[in-house]
Each structure stands twice: as structure tokens, then as C-alpha cells.
Ligand binder design. Structure first.
Ligand code: C2E
Ligand code: MG
Ligand code: MG
Ligand code: MG
Length: 288
């Protein structure tokens, strides 16, 4: 009987594996045409100064408007994009789209002139020797200021001790682009990474911010230590995933200057972001 049950389990497992593999294959082939069919979207999350509540920039986050499955988050397709190499074309699209959007906002709203847009990179882009030249081209085509572009990378993208990644970051910095270390503190060797990659900004991983509400003394100490590093190395520090007033209060107390999270806004569509910018610009202008 046990054997019988085992066999059934194996059959069920097999079936699930097959279903998973075929849905993966299906997703893969659909993703292949997503760019031509214009199914990718960017949403934008405001990044604010926690003292003035002013919006200083937006992080661009990719979505896939799937023909039958609705709006998909990166977790549902970006690993396939990375494995197949489609990420290079997607990444190019994301960069161009985000910079064009930034330029439209800057033209539309006078108060938006100092905004930046932050774009997430993938490992393949960071390892691609052609990447800095592609960024330079896109900046020239969109006439965006290099300093208005923040490129976000994570430790695992450069951890392979690849010289290409370090050279690329150096080349990007020389263009005037700003470099952010995303999900900071979660990697295996955050300190040596910080030493290897000369960055402008570190983004404290959401897990540390989330732990604040749970009265977690070590999370608070780690955030304090990152702020100290930021001061010593002259880096801007951004807290990610802020959801409660208590969390932002604690971040302020610890000396974190910038933050983003659902407390202010989830990532929003371009039109809503434009509305957001208009409101903030009006609210912040001295004549209002
Ligand atoms: P990330 O760069 O660390 O982005 C922050 C993620 O946290 C986003 O998820 C955002 O929607 C979410 N988030 C923001 N505020 C809060 C909050 O208060 N609470 C919670 N629980 N979550 C919050 P999303 O958009 O699903 O993106 C996930 C990851 O996918 C990103 O993490 C980034 O690593 C990657 N990604 C997104 N867009 C792109 C892209 O265009 N290119 C590449 N290569 N990766 C991307
Ligand atoms: Mg990011
Ligand atoms: Mg992050
Ligand atoms: Mg991330």
C-alpha cells in the first residue's frame, strides 16, 4: 500500500513538474515577443527626503502586461529573461523608456528639473563590456543629464570578482552617471563590495527596515552602522520598503536622509507619477 501511495505521489509530482516546465516554456516564448508587442510597462516609485517630504526622484520598476495573465511583477518573468539573455534587450528598453519619461516630466513641470530616475540593472548588463557605451548613447539620444540617471546594482552582480563589472562601474561613473548599491546589507561581503565598487548611494535593504517594527535591536544597529559608513564614505543613504510612521521616525532618528515605500506611495503608472510631481512641485513652491 505504501508503495502504491509512493507511486501515486511520484506520478503527481511528475505531472506538476511537467506542467511547471511547459508553463515556463510558454512564458519564455511569450516573453520573446513582449517587446515587439509593446507589452512591457514601467511604474515609478517616489523616493523622498524624510525631513522635507520632498520627492527627489523615482525608481523605475518593470511590469509585463501579459495578454492573458494581467500585469506581472518582475519575480514572474525576470529570471527567465536573465537566463535566456532576453534581459539585455529588455534592459535597453527600460533604460531608454525611463530616460524619455524623465525628460517629459522635466519639460512638463518646472519643479521637476532636479528629479532623477533610478534604473535597476541585471547581472548580464553589468558584465557586458559594451554596456557603458550603450548607456552613453542612450543618454545622448534622450539628452538626459548623466547625473539624473542612477543605476542600481546588487552585490551578487559583481561578486564574481569580475574585472569587467568593476571596469564598467568606473566607466559609468566617468560618464557622470550615479551608482546605487541596492538591497545593501543582505550580501555575503557588503564591506568588501563597498570597497570594490565606488558608489554614490547605498539603499538599505527592506528586511532591516521591516525589522524596526518588530523591536529588533540588531536591525537598528545595522542601519546605524550603514549610516556611519555613508557619512565616512560620503554616500547618500536610502531606506527601502518603509510602510509605517514608526519606521520613518526611527530612520530619521538614525540619520537616514532618504526613503521610499508604501507609506508614501507604491510604484505608480507614469500619468499618476506626473500628477504626483505636479502636486509636490506646487506644494513646495514658495508662491503656493
Ligand atoms: P528592488 O530594486 O529592490 O525594488 C524594490 C521592490 O520593493 C519593488 O518590487 C517595489 O515594488 C517593492 N516595494 C517598494 N516599497 C515597498 C514597501 O513599502 N513594502 C514592500 N513590501 N515592498 C515594497 P518589484 O517592483 O516587484 O521589483 C522587484 C525586484 O525586481 C526589484 O527589487 C529589482 O531587483 C527587480 N527589478 C524591477 N524592475 C527591474 C528592471 O527594470 N530591471 C531589472 N534588471 N530588475 C528589475
Ligand atoms: Mg532597486
Ligand atoms: Mg532593493
Ligand atoms: Mg532587489
Amino acid at each position: 500500500q505504501a508503495k502504491e501511495r509512493d507511486r501515486t505521489h511520484v506520478a503527481v509530482f511528475d505531472h506538476q513538474m511537467q506542467a511547471l516546465a511547459s508553463s515556463r516554456l510558454e512564458t519564455e516564448s511569450q516573453l520573446g515577443g513582449a517587446l515587439e508587442r509593446d507589452e512591457l510597462r514601467l511604474v515609478y516609485q517616489p523616493i523622498v527626503d524624510v525631513h522635507t517630504e520632498r520627492t527627489i526622484g523615482f525608481e523605475a520598476l518593470v511590469r509585463w502586461q501579459h495578454p492573458s495573465r494581467g500585469l506581472l511583477a518582475p519575480a514572474e518573468f525576470m529570471s527567465i529573461a536573465e537566463e535566456t539573455g532576453m534581459i539585455l534587450a529588455i534592459g535597453e528598453w527600460v533604460l531608454r523608456e525611463a530616460l524619455m519619461q524623465l525628460q517629459l516630466w522635466r519639460m512638463d513641470v518646472p519643479g521637476a528639473r532636479d528629479l532623477f530616475v533610478a534604473v535597476n540593472l541585471s547581472a548580464r548588463q553589468v558584465q557586458d563590456p559594451e554596456f557603458p557605451a550603450a548607456v552613453a548613447r542612450t543618454l545622448a539620444q534622450t539628452r538626459a543629464e548623466p547625473a539624473a540617471l542612477h543605476l542600481e546594482l546588487t552585490e551578487s552582480m559583481v561578486m564574481s570578482r569580475s574585472d569587467v563589472a568593476v571596469q564598467n562601474v568606473t566607466a559609468l561613473r566617468e560618464l557622470g552617471v550615479r551608482v546605487s548599491l541596492d538591497d545593501f546589507g543582505t550580501g555575503y561581503s557588503s564591506l568588501s563590495y563597498l570597497h570594490q565598487i565606488p558608489a554614490h548611494t547605498v539603499k538599505i535593504d527592506r528586511s532591516f527596515v521591516a525589522a524596526i517594527g518588530e523591536d529588533n535591536a540588531s536591525a537598528t544597529s545595522i542601519i546605524g552602522a550603514i549610516v556611519g559608513l555613508g557619512r565616512a564614505l560620503e554616500l547618500d543613504v536610502v531606506g527601502e520598503g518603509v510602510e509605517t510612521p514608526q519606521q520613518v521616525e526611527e530612520l530619521r532618528r538614525l540619520g537616514v536622509r532618504y526613503a521610499q515605500g508604501y507609506l508614501w506611495s507604491p510604484p505608480i503608472a507614469p500619468a499618476a507619477a506626473q500628477e504626483w510631481i505636479r502636486e509636490k512641485a506646487v506644494r513646495d513652491s514658495p508662491s503656493a
